[in-house]
Design a protein around this ligand. Structure first.
Ligand code: FE2
Ligand code: FE2
Length: 153
């Protein structure tokens, strides 16, 4: 399922963190091997949806703090470089995208906390996987890449 190219924006620290974040998508496919083939957990092995729920909790427990810390580091680097950034709207737009992304990740965690073990763990796991491989990846390509000419390495 992981067919995307890992973006390299040319900043060693941020590149390493982006790679780690995108690697969390691989944990989703390991936790549930049916992300592409199933709409729900009906007919899955007995006890597996409960395992998937614990797995998803576990992954979110790593993903959320990591992404939050990455955004904080990136924003701090951006603030140091802001005088050099030509587009005055870059900073506020970039920060609001970070906030939106964090809210989306937190929403997955909140829904999971509310849910009793159901037959939709495959959907929740796919939701987290797609957040990483679509929304977060798009952000790296569309916004993070623009920072690099201005950043201190
Ligand atoms: Fe960013
Ligand atoms: Fe980033």
């Amino acid at each position: 399922m992981e067919k995307y190219a890992i973006p390299k924006i040319g900043h060693p620290l941020l590149d390493a963190e982006h790679e780690t974040m995108l690697g969390f998508a691989g944990l989703c496919t390991i936790s549930c091997p049916h992300l592409e083939s199933r709409q729900d957990c009906d007919g899955c092995i007995d006890g597996k949806p409960e395992q998937c729920r614990d797995g998803l909790h576990n992954i979110l427990g790593h993903v959320l703090p990591y992404i939050q810390q990455h955004f904080e580091e990136e924003e701090s680097l951006m603030k140091q470089a802001i005088l050099n950034v030509k587009d005055p709207m870059h900073m506020p737009v970039h920060l609001s995208t970070h906030n939106r992304l964090l809210q989306q990740f937190r929403a997955v965690a909140a829904e999971l906390n509310k849910a009793s073990t159901g037959n939709y763990m495959v959907r929740k796991t796919r939701q987290l996987h797609d957040l990483i491989t679509h929304e977060l990846l798009d952000h790296i390509y569309q916004a993070d890449e623009k920072l690099i000419p201005h950043m201190v390495k």
